[in-house]
Design a protein around this ligand. Sequence first.
Ligand code: T46
Length: 138
Amino acid sequence: MAIQDCRLIELPQVHDQRGNLTFVEGGRHVPFDIQRAYYLYDVPAGSHRGGHAHRGLYQLLIAMSGSFDITLDDGFENKKFHLARPHYGLLITPMVWREMDNFSGGSVCMVLASAHYDEADYYRDYDQFCAAARAAAP
Ligand code: T46
C-alpha cells in the first residue's frame, strides 16, 4: 500500500427542499466492510492529532462539520489534503502515516474504519514506521 492508493471519494448526495443527505455503504462506496465509527470533536484551536500509521487498518475520514488538514506520508512521499465538505471522504490505506491540524472551530471529523480498535495495529514511532515501510517496498 502506498500514498497513491489514498484518495478523496465523492459520496452520494440526496438533495431536496429539506436539505441534503449523504450515505456511505461498506464494500460499495469504500473498499472495506465498516466495523467501527468514531469521531473527533471539540478540538481546541491549534491542536495536532494523528501522528501514527496503521499496519492493516483502512479508514475513511469525513469532515462532518468545519474543516481540517491531513498530511499523509508513506515513508517516501507526502501529500496534503484539506477536508471541508461532508460528502467527501479521504480513504487512508494501511502503512500510511497521518498528521492532522488546522482544525476550524466546531469541526467534527468522523472516521469509518475496517476493524475494531486495536492498539497493536498502530505504529506510533515515525522512525520505526519508516523502517518498516521501506523494508516492505518492492
Ligand atoms: C486516526 C485518527 C484520524 C479508543 O479507545 N478507541 C478508538 O476507536 C480510538 C480511535 C481511540 N481510542 C483511544 C486510544 C487513545 O487512548 O483514544 C485515545 C486517543 O486516540 P489517538 O491518540 O490515537 O487519537 P488521534 O485523534 O490522534 O487518532 C485517531 C485514531 O486513533 C487514528 O486511527 O487515524 O484518529
